[in-house]
Design a protein around this ligand. Sequence first.
Ligand code: ACM
Ligand code: ZN
Length: 545
Amino acid sequence: MKFILLGLLFFVYDAEAQVNIIPQPASVIMLKTMGYFSLNPATKIVLEGSGMDNSVSFFNDYLKQFYGFTLQTTSKANGNNNIFLNYERLDDSIPGAYHLAVDKKGVHIEGDNETGVFYGIQTLIQLLPLPSDTKTLSIPDVQIEDRPRFAYRGLMLDVGRHFMPVSFVKRFIDYLALHKMNYFHWHLTEDQGWRIEIKKYPLLTQVGAWRSGTVIGKRPWKGSDNQRYGGFYTQDQIRDVVAYASARYITIIPEIEMPGHGSAAIAAYPWLSCFPDEKTNIPDSILSDDGKKANGKIVYEKWGVAEDVFCAGKDSVFQFLQDVIDEVVLLFPSKYIHVGGDECPKTNWKRCPLCQKRIHDLGLKDEHELQSYFIQRMEKYINSKGKTLIGWDEILEGGLAPNAVVMSWRGEKGGIEAAKQQHTVIMTPTTYVYFDYGQSRHDDSLTIGGFIPLEKVYKYEPIPAELPVDDGRYILGGQANIWTEYMPWPSKVEYMMFPRVTALSEVLWSPKSARNWDDFQQRLPFELKRYDLWGTHYFHDWAKP
Ligand code: ACM
Ligand code: ZN
């Protein structure tokens, strides 16, 4: 430990008014000395250990972009102008703790492993003044001790409804890092588009990544825009994004939806459906011209849930999904693989002879048990690859797969039920963290509806009060979901996520006792200035939504 010990000479006083760190650290102490460290282009980064290159690169990239210079690294301090980085294997149960101390001679960051150093750097970034004419950056004397509250601090981005370019996906990952979040749930397949290249099934992207039009407006739909729309990520691009995230201590969880939300895959390979010869069911009044001409299946052009789902009666469907998983696990080092499992209409299964035969042969009670069979069969396969399955809370219906992690989205009850069954849970309830819902009362832009203002996000508590105290440990953390039906481009995604991500980051990182809405509102305006610096779009009227 390299803390500068302070005598009783100085009074310690409340820090909040002086620094604006989000998420709020576990402890911030400022000294009445009112001293500063002056960071300038001659400042050296002293590496007291190895493995901190990611932190140095991130910091130098940030300095370069916004202040126009970078710092050199060295293994030995010289003079009184240094930033010391080191780590110790404290092995806190949740990775990421760090200490940060500033005095006029230097900055000391000590992390619990490299991850902690990286979060210390994120805090240092928030101690920098906004850019001005000078290249001397004054950082106030401060002592911070910090550690994450939850192990899972996530954001989900839906690139199925609207495709987001790699450049934005990387920017999104940077936003996660800057907020000390550590999971990016990448929703890669949808009814309206399949976005991940699978070498064994090229039509998934040749056909499934493109739709001939998109419905206009909200229900009742106002017709089709008739624009061919789509995009996908090559496996090379995915590897590049995974490496980018990993250098920011962010795990990417890929989601491959099954058995529902598979209509784009079915357009590519109609035999995945119970009824390969039936046309995709979209009314003519909202169908694109090319859609009207098509004889068979098409990629879905409207919002909502398609009834054409993967057939649970054909072994070939499971073989297909296993083949897809084979390629997915080679691309994503994550121990978690998300298989969706939500919103699977049972209409086709009810009239499909093969699905009904499966129900009969296995002695299942109904189509819900068939869905459970589907997920459990895929879980066995995913477990055989050394991975853990995550599903939306519908996977509780008909019996939970033995090792599954549950994402509770239809409120908190699925999460409560799963935790009581001693399953790991990630909380993502529509009631608090659906960032596709409006954040204004006044319908300031076209959204899917709902109203989740900043304060509501801030006041979210991921461990449900109803849960028996002992079961709270099954709550791994939480995540906000960004469904993109009404977010056709990155600036709209940013507008919907900010500043709500700021509130979420504090919910997931800061100690519960440090959470204070009044105090957060004091710190937020400075954070918004950082957004301005970054060129980030955000909702301005958060105080009077
Ligand atoms: C979901 O919002 N359908 C998980
Ligand atoms: Zn079937």
